[in-house]
Design a protein around this ligand. Sequence first.
Ligand SMILES: Cc1ncc(COP(=O)(O)O)c(C=O)c1O
Length: 392
Amino acid sequence: MIDLPKVRRETPGVDHRIHLNNAGAALMPLPVYEAVTNYLERELQIGGYETSSEKVDELNAVYDSVATLIGSQRDEIAIAENATVAWQRAFYSLDFKEGDRILTTQSEYAANYIAYLQIAKRFGATIDVIPNDGQGALDPTALERMIDGKVRLIAITWIPTNGGLVNPAEEVGRIANAHGITYLLDACQAVGQMPIDVTRLGCDILTATGRKFLRGPRGTGFLYIKKELLARTEPIMLDLFSAQVTAPHAYTIRPDARRFETWETNYSTRAGLRAACDYALDIGLSAIESRCRHLTNLAREQLAEIRGVKLHDLGAHQSAIISFTISNHDSASIMKQLAGKAINVSVSNPSSTPLDADARHLPPIVRVSPHYYNTEEDIGALIAAVRTIAAA
Ligand SMILES: Cc1ncc(COP(=O)(O)O)c(C=O)c1O
């Protein structure tokens, strides 16, 4: 059981706002904020290099915390400034040649899809979208049928940015592993809202951000890359941290996943990312998942009953993201009206998920994403506010 009064005491933002934008950026808990500010305070007092050498053990512990969070080994983790950079560092380091196929999902995040298009243009690779099942999730049977000797990569978004869909990431892993195909999983919206185990998922690469359901500081993210793949993957870009000059015309690359990092980095936010992982682990990811599900179901059921509200979430299993529109009201104005009542939500634009938006003719949609620190009263206030907007 989550100690709700404690987590709310440790989340000062809840005193002023009903924050239902955790898929955007969650409210940081105090231990995360303090980890960042204490670190910066020390830099202020004694200097940047001096602080990083004084706190070297604490800084290195971020790798243990992330590894514990996702069930990997610490040397399979690289820290990045966001999920996109983590993803790009891995994706662009894979080698592609003409005729290679990349299999992806309809709900793929736009930044990833743009990268596939670029690689397709550069190397003559092709992109194939895995069909959905009857409920709108990626269909593993259809995926199995698409496999041939040309599939170079299966790269999917687990939980999309624009709704409650949860793609069957584990089933995809089983298929990718059975055929020896590299599997890249965008877990940006999953990390922090549910237990994650990369071994069960069977992914070779997993990327995520710190600021969303994990409640870390902005400007943080991480990359997991499985040891076997790591050993044969040279980062597309190297520096003097990821590699070392060993002879006038030779260099060697670091053995661990930090080969995807650079020498300079934002140290204080690393401290914050570590605190965010530890905070989530202390509460327990299973408890977080079930409370998220409880609050989300509550909101979804009540929203569905409001006249004029249309829910857009796909899939049989749904995450803590709810997407909806209200007839005759544009989503930006709904968000603004909710903000006027101190309720934070966001709007997901078609440009973030272009394939899905196109296939379903989606307009900008309102995105509501509760977290475990929200209350039933928060959901009640949202419902009352949406009811008023819909009735106007
Ligand atoms: C599914 C998904 N993937 C990737 C990203 C990119 O994350 P970041 O903004 O940390 O680069 C997002 C951000 O919204 C996302 O929702």
